[in-house]
Ligand binder design. Sequence first.
Ligand SMILES: Cc1cc2nc3c(=O)[nH]c(=O)nc-3n(C[C@H](O)[C@H](O)[C@H](O)COP(=O)(O)OP(=O)(O)OC[C@H]3O[C@@H](n4cnc5c(N)ncnc54)[C@H](O)[C@@H]3O)c2cc1C
Length: 322
Amino acid sequence: MGIVGYSLGGGIGWLARRHGLACNSVVAAEMVTADGELVRADAESHADLFWAVRGGGGSFGAITALEFALYPVESLYAGALFFPLERAGEVLHRWAEWAPGTPEELTSVGRILRFPPLPELPDHLRGRSFALVEAAFLGEESAGTELLRPLRELGPDMDTFSTIPPAGLAELHMDPPQPVPGQSDHLLLSGAPPQAIDALLEAEGPGIETPLLSVELRHLGGALGKPAEASGPLAQLDGEFLMFAVGIPMGPEVAEAIEHHAGDLRSALSPWAAGRAYLNFAERPTDTETAFPPEQFRRLQEIRAQYDPTDLFCANHPVPAC
Ligand SMILES: Cc1cc2nc3c(=O)[nH]c(=O)nc-3n(C[C@H](O)[C@H](O)[C@H](O)COP(=O)(O)OP(=O)(O)OC[C@H]3O[C@@H](n4cnc5c(N)ncnc54)[C@H](O)[C@@H]3O)c2cc1C
């Protein structure tokens, strides 16, 4: 994944509950506008463009450089607790009950992961299926251990938590390091009460034959749920959890099955839908307007009309000029 697309579309990382969306940590963008001018957009110069690119996507120019605010972090307590897939019910229920009470220094994911039988995977993961909880905690190991106690009490089969440098976060979610085709769907949820967890398990839990390799709920809230100071159009994310489901479309039949399963999962969780899209996780054509509060979307359209009136730039989720 590229840092520019990630940051322009929001950016939910492992420190998101503490530091918010990545887009709101961008402090300057160098970009070529539709009339061919290279500009630096920041709080003082081209402030409207600066506002728009921080969450509004790629409709406003070609970004050649981004500058970010930095947060001093020497180490984190992070890892995953792996349980057999058959225990997904107790694990996900316990996690969904536990996560809302955790401090914003802790970001966690409750997940069902079905590893494919690929030779490059290690023996202990290849072809196996798990229910797991991944988390990163900005704090001391002793405090992290105490926070995780209710989950560890369940007795995981594997426990990979340790104190790691920030660079180690890149491997925490176990995304393949090399490019792999993926087909996914998402849904922002206003909450994950026991009925929502049951609905997820019924759709994709133990005993279900599915092409979805990963079905996860990310815990949001914290800094993501509060308006960021001097933000772009995505001041906050309106949702407490984010469902993300993905499979590898090896051929048209698998692609169709992924579409079908992901669609059914969305329907099953729709009673808890927060009503907004998160564009970084929107892989099908999506009405861009559904990702923003109406007044922010109107302002994005005005800025688009001012800087790119002829629709030169073609973003994955375009903001049409008004
Ligand atoms: C394995 C994987 C893991 C992911 N994990 C996360 C995650 O944890 N959190 C999260 O928030 N998202 C995540 N994503 C989603 C990711 O943020 C989006 O797919 C994002 O669009 C990727 O941007 P890109 O630059 O790689 O893709 P591209 O397809 O190159 O770009 C996407 C869009 O961004 C814009 N863009 C990109 N580069 C420029 C540029 N230089 N100038 C102007 N516009 C530009 C364009 O509009 C383009 O259509 C993940 C994706 C993958 C594949």
